[in-house]
Design a protein. Structure first.
Length: 680
């Protein structure tokens, strides 16, 4: 039977009278002051020297498959230290189960157990490839090895997650075929997977009870809000709306003092309203047409002034509670809710988005299915008022709204399960290439066409900033952006000023985050009298790059960028390779390294092969294990020919890469190397 990496040994134990194999098994790892250890028994008497000889041959990284006395595999451990004698205070060897101990790590406990055949004596250890172990079939070994690799992958992935949590961005680097992109996806999926957050009512009550309404900043903000409302209402009294002029109503004129400008921009700190299009106002000044653009009801009235007055009358009637139904026939509910709150802030809640209102009602555990948009808003205000009254709180609806948006994904989909919020993050993967630019990745100018099919240009956020906005709006979830082949793009050019923002992240919950913002070259504001160049990367946005170290014809990663990323090696490892591919993997590895059988693959130190050019390191150009991984069954569950899979991989994937390596001078050109490659 061929040698395997890591080498496997079989230990057979007998749990005694209790029959609790799991407890007995775990007890082997709590001796020596709680350190995880494993050793061999003294009970074998005259076999001690034979046992010791085998025990001394076991290397760090080898696996011990533990079988109980009834021939069931129920655990695998990995050796993590050389052996040492365990003695008591009087200098004698311990008389308990084990001495000549080794530190070990429990990799997998099998439940249900894997049934095997092992005609070995109890409390003994044998080499899997030696005599006495042949009754354990390869199928059992493959299953054990598959399970072992899955568990190691999970633990290895957790290390990367902890690093990513700390650094915020990492690059997984290694030669081709080591599973860098797969690992990135696994990490991203794990981090963004469903997680339970605290009970929303508990979080809401905590805010209402603990919010400091007497702080100087809070009092100053309240004063500014009150002044804004007074200024707006004095300019646009309810009575004056009945005869409002088009100049005073329409947005787009650049005066920054029209009714629609105040609703959309001037009162933004009192509740965000985004119309989607100026068409929502029914009439506005079009810079492209250089005239007033009318839609809906307004388009049916020829005179612009008359059309504007008709809209003003609808709004004034709404505010006087005369005809809400008529107003909603022609104007959108969100627009009207924003107007209602601007005049009656104590009655209406400062949220006008219907999906957001529905999510708030979910937080309170309220059924909203039978309510219209106005009723949903009023219900939220009612629940807020009742809650703060019960807790003796002086929080304003504006402050409560800001708390809600800062702590819950109101713009997304909120799920409540057993009084807990189910928070879902998201991950995306994009592949960099040499022509990728800042305008593709961060922010750039797009050509658009208007309703008259005329071209105009608009600044838009791209992949990164759109994703960052989602993370900003959902502080309780994690967002991961995978940049595959990150070094194939010109990173300093692609990232631009965000090199600074990568290190100084925008932190949720901080009142002053100005030091964690940067300015873009592009202004995203639609208003020529306002500017919005701010870019910010929130602390719940993570970036994983992947980099192929064998590709020398790619962009250079300079020191400024390297300092902001943690670089993680993802190297070849035979552990996930099944029996069908292990010998071919070894043959290919021998083109790059020497002494394959002595490599400790969990922390490899490679000795360069004579076939590899002196300009290259094995860990940068070796062919990775993923090229040798086979599937046991197809998508329909039918058995696959694993030998045939390896043959196809060699012919169409591995050998072409090796020939390219020879052509590029990575592998030295010689008759011997040609023969070795041909023999594959």
């Amino acid at each position: 039977m061929s040698h395997k990496n890591p080498k496997m040994w079989i230990m057979k134990i007998t749990p005694g009278g209790s029959g609790d194999t799991k407890k007995y098994f775990e007890n082997l790892f709590v001796k020596d002051g709680g350190k995880k250890i494993i050793g061999y028994t003294k009970e074998e008497g005259d076999k001690i020297e034979e046992f010791y000889s085998l025990w001394n041959r076991i290397k760090i990284g080898d696996l011990i498959v533990v079988i109980e006395g009834f021939n069931r595999v129920f655990g695998v451990v990995e050796i993590t230290s050389n052996h040492y004698d365990d003695v008591n205070g009087e200098g004698d060897l311990q008389s308990d189960w084990f001495y000549h101990r080794r530190k070990a790590e429990l990799v997998k406990y099998f439940n249900p157990h894997i049934v095997s055949k092992s005609h070995t004596n109890r409390n003994t250890i044998i080499e899997y490839s030696g005599e006495g172990a042949r009754d354990i079939c390869d199928m059992v070994w493959d299953k054990i090895k598959d399970e072992y690799w899955k568990e190691k992958e999970i633990r290895n992935m957790q290390d990367k997650i902890e690093l990513l949590e700390y650094k915020k961005q990492i690059i997984l680097q290694g030669p081709p075929g080591t599973g860098k992109t797969r690992l990135a996806k696994m990490i991203a999926n794990k981090m963004t997977n469903t997680s339970e957050v605290v009970n929303p009512i508990e979080l809401i009550d905590g805010f209402l009870k603990n919010f400091n309404t007497k702080s100087k900043d809070v009092l100053n903000t309240r004063t500014r809000h009150e002044e804004l409302l007074n200024d707006f209402q004095s300019k646009f009294s309810i009575e004056s709306l009945k005869d409002i002029s088009k100049e005073n109503y329409c947005i787009g004129t650049g005066s920054n003092d029209s009714f629609c400008w105040w609703i959309e921009r001037g009162l933004i700190s009192l509740g965000y309203y985004f119309p989607g299009s100026a068409r929502s106002y029914l009439i506005y000044w079009s810079k492209i047409k250089n005239e007033y653009s009318k839609h809906g009801l307004a388009a049916q009235i020829e005179n612009d002034d008359e059309a504007t007055k008709r809209i003003g009358l609808l709004i004034s009637d709404l505010l006087e509670d005369k005809n809400i139904k008529l107003a909603t026939t022609f104007l959108g509910t969100s627009f009207l809710l924003k107007i209602l709150h601007s005049y009656y802030p104590e009655k209406y809640f400062p949220v006008n988005s219907i999906p957001c209102l529905e999510n708030i009602l979910k937080l309170f555990g309220e059924n909203h299915s039978l309510l219209n948009g106005f009723e949903k808003n009023l219900k939220v205000q009612e629940l807020f008022t009742e809650r703060k009254k019960a807790l003796g709180s002086d929080v304003t609806s504006i402050e409560f709204m800001q708390f809600l948006f800062g702590n819950f994904d109101l713009k997304g989909k909120i799920e409540i399960k057993t009084n807990q919020i189910i928070s879902r993050g998201e991950y995306k993967i994009i592949q960099f290439h040499p022509s990728f630019s800042y305008e593709d990745f961060v922010r750039g100018i797009s050509a658009k066409t208007n309703s008259d099919n005329k071209v105009f240009y608009k600044v838009e956020d791209r992949i990164l900033m759109e994703f960052a906005k989602e993370a900003l709006n959902n502080s309780k979830s994690k967002y991961v952006l995978i940049l595959d082949e990150i070094n194939r793009a010109n990173l300093p050019s692609v990232l631009g000023e965000l090199i600074y923002a990568l290190e100084y992240r925008f932190k949720h919950g901080l009142e002053n985050n100005s030091d964690n913002e940067v300015e873009s070259l592009y202004d995203i504001s639609d208003d020529e009298n306002e500017s919005n160049r701010i870019l910010k990367l929130p602390d719940n946005l993570y970036i994983i790059g992947t980099m192929n170290t064998s590709d020398r014809n790619v962009g250079h990663i300079d020191y400024a960028i390297r300092r902001r990323f943690a670089f993680v090696d993802v190297l070849p490892n035979p552990a996930p390779i099944r029996e069908a591919g292990i010998e071919k993997f070894k043959s290919v590895c021998n083109l790059f390294i020497e002494d394959y059988d002595t490599v400790v693959w969990n922390n490899p130190k490679f000795k360069t092969s004579k076939h590899l050019s002196n300009e290259f390191k094995p860990e940068d150009v070796m062919i990775g294990h993923s090229y040798f991984i086979t599937n046991e069954k197809d998508e329909e569950g039918k058995p696959l020919d694993e030998i045939k899979q390896i043959e196809l991989k060699l012919k169409y994937e591995i050998v072409p890469i090796l020939k390219e390596y020879v052509k590029d001078g990575i592998l030295k050109q010689s008759k011997e190397i040609e023969t070795l490659i041909s023999s594959l």
